[in-house]
Design a protein around this ligand. Structure first.
Ligand SMILES: Cc1cc2nc3c(=O)[nH]c(=O)nc-3n(C[C@H](O)[C@H](O)[C@H](O)COP(=O)(O)O)c2cc1C
Length: 196
């Protein structure tokens, strides 16, 4: 698939087949993430790739436990409220039972931590689409970056103490076959031209 087509037809996938995608495809997606640009060419984005079903189940459980302890405040944004409410009900699988979860982390206090990771995540989403894989940015681990139990668990998976979790990507074969490639209408993202 040509690059622009891969960008324009990318959509989020939230239902996955349980089978792992071919290892080669997973590696191509990770490579696309690693080849993303970074501020000052720092290349400090750390990719933690989780494909072990037991661990993925455990992470979902730990995340649900962390959200279930939280109280909704008047200024709690809507998607966080949804995570908290679903966790209190006890049926929250934040990663949609993805067979592959790619967690991105970066250096704490590094000014481009989020920007670099976002470039990597976007590269991976576009590459996934080009390879007929589904993907979805998953933000809950970023929200829980300061939760002690979540951090402690991720140290066991390779997160370094000087790193902050910036995001994550679900990746797999879409449950319904090929990725949904129907573009959403653009009602926002205004464009301002300044020209002669
Ligand atoms: C920074 C960021 C955070 C996101 N977090 C989540 C998330 O936690 N869970 C989720 O299902 N989708 C998440 N998404 C996906 C968006 O909901 C999705 O991109 C948007 O609704 C547009 O749909 P599309 O990706 O199909 O074009 C996130 C996307 C971005 C860029």
């Amino acid at each position: 698939m040509e690059a622009l087509e891969a960008i324009l037809t990318r959509r989020s996938t939230r239902k996955y087949q349980p089978e792992l995608p071919d290892q080669l495809l997973i590696e191509k997606v990770i490579e696309a993430g690693r080849y993303a640009p970074s501020g000052g060419n720092s290349q400090t984005t750390h990719f933690i790739i989780i494909t072990k079903p037991d661990i993925l189940d455990e992470i979902a459980w730990i995340v649900q436990t962390a959200f279930a302890k939280m109280q909704i405040q008047p200024n709690t944004y809507q998607s966080l409220q949804n995570s908290i409410n679903a966790s209190k009900r006890g049926n929250y699988i934040f990663h949609y039972n993805t067979p592959v979860l790619i967690v991105t982390a970066n250096k704490k206090g590094y000014g481009n931590a989020m920007a670099d990771s976002a470039c990597a995540l976007e590269n991976m989403m576009i590459a996934a689409n080009a390879l007929d894989l589904g993907s979805c940015w998953i933000n809950q681990l970023h929200w829980l970056d300061e939760d002690e139990a979540v951090r402690e668990y991720f140290y066991g998976l390779g997160l370094e103490e000087d790193e902050t979790v910036t995001g994550a990507l679900a990746l797999g074969y879409p449950a319904d076959g090929l990725p949904n490639r129907k573009a959403l209408p653009r009602t926002g993202n205004p464009v301002t031209w300044v020209m002669n």
